[in-house]
Write a protein that binds this ligand. Sequence first.
Ligand code: MCN
Ligand code: FES
Ligand code: FES
Length: 909
Amino acid sequence: MIQKRFFVNGVERNVIVDGEDTLAKVLREQLGLTGTKVGCGTGHCGSCNVILNGKLIRSCVFKINRITEGDCVTTVEGIGTPEKLHPLQKAWVKFGAAQCGFCTPGFIVSAKALLDQNPKPTREEVREWFHVNRNACRCTGYIPIVDAVMAAAKVLRGEMSESELEYRLPENGRIWGGTYPRPTAVAKATGTLDYGADLGLKLPEETLQLALVQATVSHANIRGIDTSEAEKMPGVYKVVTHKDVKGKNRITGLITFPTNKGDGWDRPILCDEKVFQFGDAIAIVCADTYENACAAAEKVKVDLEILPAYMSAPAAMAEDALEIHPGTPNIYYIQNLEKGDPTGPIFETAAVTVEDDFYVGRQPHMTIEPDVGFAYMTDDGILKIHSKTIGAHLHLYMIAPGLGVEPDKIALVSNPMGGTFGYKFSPTMEALVGAATLATGKPCFLRYTYFQHMTYTGKRSPFFVNIKYAADKEGRLLAMETDYNVDHGPYSEFGDLLTLRGAQFMGAGYNIPNIKGTGRTVCTNHAWGSAFRAYGSPQSLYSSELLMDELAEKLGMDPWEIRFKNCYRPGATNPSGQEPEVFSYPEMLEALKPRYEAAKKKAEKESTDTIKKGVGLAMACYGCGLDGPDSSEAWAVLNPDDTVTIVSAWEDHGQGADMGAIGTAHEALRPLGITPDRLRFTWPDTSQTPNSGPSGGSRQQVLTGNAIRVACTEMVAGLRKADGTCMTYAEAIAAGKPVKYVGKFTVPGVACDEKGQGKPFVVYMYGVFLAEVSVNTETGKVTVDKMTLMADIGKVNNRLVTDGQIYGGIAQGIGLALSEDFEDIKKHSTLLGAGFPFAKDIPDNIEIVYFENYPREFGPFGAAGVGELPLSSPHAAIGNAIYNACGVRVHRLPARPEKILAGLGGEHV
Ligand code: MCN
Ligand code: FES
Ligand code: FES
């Protein structure tokens, strides 16, 4: 131990520390300054940035023994407070620069260091600063962040009044469709919002710290687990194995279709008979400190019989492959698609046919916050689990039988989250912390390192696609055939549904009268397949949109023409045989045309021998909801202080559930004249909030938005006085009026049948992407110069939120197109290794055009969703633009430089 005296935020602090600890640990755990967040913990993301003697440093890798007497450290808490925000913080709030907000303190500290040394940076200099200092944001696409820095700099230079950074309510008092800042924005910008790891530091002293014993092989039989040595290690309270799990020790994958050959009970909480993938949890060490838990975990001996590992769908489909789950074939679900007439004869006689194969791989979610959670027993005997769940009620039923707990004896809570992008549609550690608490009776806390986060959470499931089109000589589509295999990793959860998405979204956007398709869900030993934003459509649309350009080329048509000719118009049906609810494509394509023509001319003019420029298009489409008659519930409650709380379980990955709820409620409550500052929202807790369904499938604005609208409409009817104002709480009680109003909403969808036909979603999001790229033919590097999205998301609730969703989704699409992968477990297990896009990898030029004149009948006040549209096909537009630029058609993503060079050299890539 050593003593350190140094200044933190202007105050001298005196701490006794372990010199090997990091500055981040001391700030967070000893000084209670949890505004400094730890994301990667390895120097790649900048969420832990602080300023040391005027210089920006990463506190997660800076050992405290390097601090010398008199050193001055500034953390986000020293920059401003909720009561007195710094202009940077005000600007962050105004420009919607914090979505999940986990990266925010690190960015604000970094921006402060920049402006201290360069008070008048250009946008490019700001981007350069964040790029070289590796400030990583996964949500915003960086544009709102740069906007915020530029505006704050102006204020600091005295060129703009600080009050211009404050939100002003429009005269009509309406916030719907405007830029009202999200209710959590100030807490995010000041580092005062507590995420899972921050809450973990506030748990009772008796809390046990957990470390996992995990598989380092991908497929094996377990012959024995010996915990005896580990049990004797210092500080160890208990080592939990499958023997301590009282229930079925399985997480149920909730099989959706009866034709699924699995039973859904295939994912162990703690491995008992087999290891199915790298990272599988075999035991949990519960100890007094994390360090002691980790040291003891090293001593657990696992005796394994190594089996062949099937690391991709073709390997697991081979005739001699073992059944990964004995008794269930590796191809455990087949999704058929049959629409219209048999396609065979059409392909034989069609004027033009095209066929190709495509692969979109295992994109990692790369949230900046790693997975984290904790559990404890409440005084009334409920096992309460706090995590990053985006499906609190769903996950409760997926884990309760495995743990052996009755559903009414368990409650799940969603913590504020630093992004999930869908990986948390699957339970991750909920059952692990639950099992540890049940076995020890103590509160238990578990936080994954970034390596664990990368290797032991789900990934996007790769699709291997073969696809064909038949068209007449005018370019009218006659038929499509698809054949695809989905590598879903070892666990079946939602694998059948994902395979159905292939049937729903290959060819989406076009009226294709006759379709035949077959999709197979394949069990493999690579990372388990979890949801990832746009779930199934990036794989589907990459295939159908690249092939559409091939068809256009064969017909001698322009890619725009073929899209305009075949897009949905009245009388058309989508691949599920359903008539679209609105027909916005013709207008969007027409509006895009002049931009597209100008971009083509620009590309031609600016191309050189080394830098080839090109443009590409892609239709974008995704459904809002879970298939069929999806539903949600929310309440509006008048509080004794006359505020109104919107009670729902709209889980917030970071997309803006707070704003979604407040914006929708405010619009519905307008007849009562309730100002937005009187509206409150709730964090999901299955014991306190109704079942609003998961925040997946871009469903919440539509489903929970509608439930909120219904609850608020009931409140208006119940509490409106003759003069049009709202009763006070006291008046309502005196008049015997209820103060709680329940809103329920179900959409009239029809789940698809075994031929993939139905009306799965009653609300869709539609769009068209235009990508403009440069390809360096010497290095193979592709740069995206500009992205444009024509977006039909119905009516917009909040523009700051929807702009941010679109920027962030497009940024992830650029990553998917050019760099991101999780194929090589070792190499791709860090942000840098997996190809995370930093500020200069994303263009500062993203144009969004909204088409709000297609209000949705089943969307609240006409809104559709937005979350997944921007990631459905930006990579396909980029793929088409790469071909347009340099003639390389990339069949397997990502299009890293070496692949482009190979393609330029004539290889099929
Ligand atoms: N919204 C709006 N106007 C509309 C539609 C939506 O203002 N016409 C707002 C909503 O109020 C909400 C947000 O946009 O704040 C997204 O709404 P919606 O599309 O209904 O999606 P959900 O709330 O169901 O969120 C889930 C969706 C999905 S499925 C993933 S995955 C995802 C995403 O949103 N993960 C995200 N966006 C994300 N954004 C961040 N920052 N982090 C994630 O992990
Ligand atoms: Fe420190 Fe990522 S750089 S947490
Ligand atoms: Fe930047 Fe979420 S807001 S990571």
